[in-house]
Design a protein. Sequence first.
Length: 310
Amino acid sequence: MSKLIKISEVALKYDISTRALRYYEEAGLVDSVRMEDYAYRLYDDKAIKRIEQILILRKLGIAIKDIKKIFLSNSVEVLLDVLGNKVKEIDDEVTLLHELKEIVVTFIKQLEKCDLKVDTDIKLLYEKATAIEERLNETKDESKDSSMEKLLEVSEKLEKMPDIRIIMLPKVKMARSGNTDLDEFDKWWSSVPVEQSLFPRDFMWYNSRLGCFEWLFTIPENMTDTNGYEVFDFPGGLYAVATAYDEGEEISRINRLIHKWVDESEEFEVSNSNNDTEERFDMGHIISPMGVSRPQMDLFVPIVRKGGVK
C-alpha cells in the first residue's frame, strides 16, 4: 500500500486550501481514504497524481465542470476539445480587449481636446464625458451602436466571475421585521446578546410576496420575548454565495453574476416554486466589522440540485 498523506500536508505542499481539496472530492474529481479511528482525510499516490492534474488544469483556467468531463471520459479527444475551447475563449477575450483599448484611446483623444485644467472640480468630468459622447454619436451612422453602448457591451463580456461558494444553511428559528421600520428592527436585534455559534445571525432579503425588504434575525433557542416581531421557521437549504462591497451597483453586479453562474451550472438551478417546496429569496449578510469604510457583504442565492421537486 502506498504512503498515505494527511489533507493538511497536501494543502501545505501544493499551496491549496483544505476547503478546495474537500470541494474537489465532493465534485467527484478525487478520492480520499478514511482510516478507522482517524477523523482526517488521507490521500494515496493515485489521489496525489490526480490532484496535481487538477491543479495544472485549473492554472490553465479550465472550469471544474470541464475537468470533470475530462476525467470521466478519460479521452484525449475530450481533453483536446476542452483545451481548444479555452484557446477560443482567450482569442475572444483578446479581441474584446483590443476593442476596449480602441474605445479608451478614442476617449482620451476627445478629452485632450477639452480644457480640463480650467475645471478643477472632478465632478465636471462627467459633464464633459457626456458632451464627448454626444459629439461621438453625431458623427456616427444612427444604425450603429453608440460608443457608450459598445463600451458596456465589451466590459460586460470581459467581466470576471466572482468566486462562488456552495453552502448549506441549517433550519433555524428567526425573527422577521416584516413590513415594519427596519431601523427599529436593527436597534432591537443588535441589542440582543447572542453566541458566536449563531453567526451569521442576520440577513436581509427582498420579500416579493410582501413587496418590501425584510430583515431576519436568528434567535437563540431559549429566547421567548422577540419584541413583538413574528418568529418563523427559516428553511435553510443550499445557497450559491459570493462576496461584494456593500454598495448598490456592486451588489447588483455580483448578484447578477451569481445567477449567471447558476444558470450555466450543470448541477444546480435557482430555487423557484417549480423546483423547491420552500419559499426562499436572494439575501445578503454584511461580514465586515462595524467602522470599516467599505463593508463587504456575502450575497446568498437559493439553489437546488437539478432534477429536484417539480
